[in-house]
Design a protein around this ligand. Structure first.
Ligand SMILES: [Zn+2]
Ligand SMILES: [Zn+2]
Length: 275
C-alpha cells in the first residue's frame, strides 16, 4: 500500500464552488491522519466573471495576500498556503501575469505598479498550474501543448502541474515529465480526475501514462484530492489505485509525508516555511 500523508491541492469557500473553511479542512486532514495540508484556492478569473483582464482591483483577491496570518501548524497539521493558478496562454503564462494592479486593498496607490500575479503569489508557498479555461488552447497541437506546460514549469513559484491528465490539452508526456524531473518539479495525480471516471477510460489512461513516465524518468508526483468540501480532504483512493496498479515507487510520491514534500519544495527552489 502506498502511503500518502499530505494533501496539497484543496479548496476553501474562497473558490466559490467549494464549501469548507480552512479550519474545517484542517480538522478533516487531522482526522484523516495527514501530516500536512496545502490550501490552493483558484487564482483565476472564474472567481469574478467579466473581470477586466488588463487591470484588477486587489480587493477582489485580498484573501490571498493576507494568508501570511495563518498559523504554520494547526491541530497538529502543518499548514501551507498556495494557489491553483490558471494557465492562460500557449507559452504558459498564468492568470494575473498580464493584469496590472495599481492600488492596495484600501484603494491607496501602491508604491509601484505591479501585476496581480506577483502581488498574490508573493504570499503563496507554492503554485499549482492548471488549465481550466481551454478556449485559448482549443486548436493546440501536441508541440504547442508541450510548450505551454514547459512554460508553466519554468515559472519560479510553480511547484506542480495540476491534473494535466484531464485538462484536455495534448502534450508530449515524456518531454514535459522529463523537464519537470530536471527542474525538481512535480506532476499531480489528481484523485478528483479519476474518481467518477471509468477505469480504462480516456482520462484514466492519460493519467496512467503520466504516472508511468514519472516512474520511468524519476519525476516525483503529488497525490491530491482536489477537495472542494472538507469530507474529501485526504481522500485519494482512485489515485492510489492507479499508482499501485503500475507498481509506482513510493519514493517518488512527494506527498508520502510532510518531510518529503518540504524537501521537494526545497529542491524545486522554493522557500520552505519555518514551523
Ligand atoms: Zn475548483
Ligand atoms: Zn483544477
Amino acid at each position: 500500500m502506498l502511503q500518502n500523508r499530505c494533501d496539497v491541492h484543496t479548496h476553501t469557500l474562497f473558490s466559490r464552488h467549494a464549501y469548507s473553511t480552512v479550519r474545517e479542512n484542517v480538522l478533516a486532514a487531522r482526522d484523516a491522519g495527514l501530516e500536512l495540508l496545502g490550501v490552493t484556492d483558484h487564482f483565476s478569473d472564474m472567481l469574478f466573471p467579466g473581470a477586466d483582464l488588463t487591470h484588477a482591483d486587489l480587493r477582489d483577491y485580498q484573501y490571498f495576500i493576507n494568508t501570511t496570518t495563518w498559523p504554520r501548524t494547526l491541530e497538529g497539521v502543518r499548514l501551507l498556503h498556495g494557489a491553483e493558478a490558471d494557465i492562460r496562454t500557449l507559452d504558459g503564462r498564468l492568470f494575473g501575469q498580464d493584469v496590472a494592479v495599481a492600488e492596495d486593498i484600501t484603494g491607496g496607490p501602491l508604491r509601484s505598479v505591479t501585476t496581480l500575479y506577483d502581488r498574490v503569489v508573493a504570499s503563496c508557498d507554492y503554485v499549482i498550474a492548471s488549465v481550466h479555461y481551454r478556449e485559448f488552447a482549443r486548436e493546440a497541437t501536441v508541440s504547442q501543448g508541450t510548450e505551454m506546460y514547459l512554460g508553466a514549469l519554468a515559472q519560479p513559484k510553480v511547484l506542480a502541474l495540476g491534473h494535466a491528465g484531464r485538462a484536455g490539452v495534448p502534450f508530449d508526456v515524456r518531454e514535459v515529465v522529463g523537464e519537470a524531473a530536471r527542474l525538481g518539479k512535480l506532476m499531480e495525480i489528481n484523485n478528483h480526475s479519476l474518481e467518477a471516471r471509468r477505469r480504462e477510460g480516456r482520462t484514466w489512461q492519460s493519467c496512467r501514462s503520466i504516472a508511468e513516465a514519472c516512474a520511468e524518468l524519476g519525476c516525483r508526483v503529488i497525490v491530491s484530492s482536489d477537495a472542494h468540501v472538507c469530507t474529501d480532504v485526504g481522500r485519494v483512493p482512485a489515485a492510489l489505485e492507479l499508482l499501485e496498479g503500475i507498481g509506482f515507487p513510493q519514493e517518488l510520491v512527494a506527498t508520502r509525508c510532510a518531510a518529503a514534500f518540504l524537501d521537494a519544495m526545497s529542491e524545486a527552489g522554493l522557500t520552505v516555511p519555518a514551523l
